[in-house]
Design a binder for this molecule. Structure first.
Ligand code: ATP
Length: 354
């Protein structure tokens, strides 16, 4: 097992697309690290460059204490699971799992033993004679994982390994993968476009945009204190309210209302300055009665989230959203007031967190 370090890693594709732009990143030994970002931001390129399936055009990839930048994929000692699992359709589960060992010229008996051991660990013991076409999506995914585990690589690279599973299986696989990674303690880089998955599984994560890393942190850090308006707008199942505002003495004017300066920004803003005020809908206290420091308006939409409701208020022609507990949701057309939590609200100056 080994740490992964990227130093100024750059990938420019023929034709000029700069998919990775001088990335620096250290993933400590044993960490479960998620790469998250919108389509085309460079996640897959980053993973493939670590694996050696793409050649870096600048910078270095270091695995453990070895600079592997110029090293062939097979000699890097990392194992990658792809979105489509890439199982061999004509081989049974045992042979699929044992395939990398065959390449490494491990004896047939040892290959079978290892495949049986890893297969059992992943609950595949009764399926070892089947071919991939005779397995469900979830089972195929486990075979792909078993194949990776059988190689005993220094690091695992996963490219959206859960994306072919249905919603329920996906949740199960998430818990399973996380537990497995903990037990094995193998450094793992996991690409996903599903932020719930990244938040739930990762020890730390990076949010990427256009070949750059916009923030690195624990899921809690990235969720609660997005470093810039890009990450703030990207992370969260209900998007953060990002509202233009102006500093007015010791308060902020936001959507025509007076709100308190968030605790974290106190004493750090200049009077008259333009800011963006950020607060998650989950961090609003909703009321039908006016309150000091609340954003007040008319209810324009009420969406059912299951155990709560997402209420959209029209506050002087600006949309403001608040999550309201089940049972106390208003009706469209009602007057409503959303009071931001001062310890959770954020201020962005020129796009960066204050
Ligand atoms: P997605 O979530 O859609 O899979 P991604 O974040 O994994 O996207 P990449 O596949 O790494 O993004 O692509 C990054 C950028 O590089 C995109 O602009 C893409 O169009 C470009 N790109 C990817 N592969 C190639 C290639 N072989 N040749 C030229 N450009 C490429």
């Amino acid at each position: 097992m080994a740490a992964i370090e990227l130093r100024g890693l750059t990938k420019v594709y023929p034709g000029g697309v700069r998919a990775l732009d001088a990335l620096d990143l250290v993933i400590p030994d044993g960490e479960f690290f998620a790469l998250l970002g919108p389509s085309g931001c460079g996640k897959t390129t980053l993973l493939r460059t670590i694996a050696g399936l793409e050649t870096a055009t600048g910078g270095a990839v270091v695995i453990g204490d070895r600079d592997v930048t110029g090293v062939q994929p097979g000699a890097r000692d990392v194992a990658m699971v792809f979105q489509d699992y890439a199982l061999f359709p004509h081989m049974d589960v045992t042979d699929n799992i044992a395939y990398p060992l065959r390449i490494k010229k491990v004896s047939k008996n040892d290959r079978r033993d290892k495949a049986a051991e890893v297969g059992a660990r992943l609950g595949l013991e009764h399926l070892m004679d089947r071919r991939p076409g005779q397995l469900s999506g979830g089972q195929q995914q486990r075979v792909a994982l078993a194949r990776v585990m059988a190689t005993q690589a220094q690091a695992f690279l996963f490219d959206e390994p859960l994306s072919n599973l249905d919603a329920r299986l996906r949740l199960e696989a998430r818990t399973f993968l996380k537990k497995l990674q903990r037990e094995l303690g193998v450094t793992t880089v996991f690409v996903t476009h599903d932020q719930a998955e990244a938040l739930a599984m990762a020890d730390r994560m990076a949010v990427m945009e256009s070949g750059h890393i916009r923030q690195i942190g624990t899921p809690a850090e990235v969720f609660q204190r997005p470093a810039n308006t890009f990450v703030a707008g990207f992370i969260g199942s209900t998007p953060m309210n990002l509202l233009d505002g102006v500093v007015r003495g010791d308060t902020l004017e936001v959507a025509g209302c007076k709100v308190a300066v968030p605790a974290a920004a106190e004493g750090r803003l200049s009077d008259g300055g333009k800011i963006v005020y950020g607060v998650r809908p989950e961090y609003m206290t909703y009321s039908a009665e006016p309150a000091d420091g609340a954003l007040g308006g008319k209810v324009s939409i009420v969406e059912n989230l299951g155990a709560s409701h997402l209420v959209t208020l029209d506050v002087n022609d600006v949309n403001v959203q608040a999550v309201v507990p089940e049972g106390s949701e208003p009706a469209v057309g009602d007057d409503g007031y959303a009071l931001p939590r001062r310890d959770r609200a954020l201020v962005y100056l020129d796009g960066e967190l204050v």
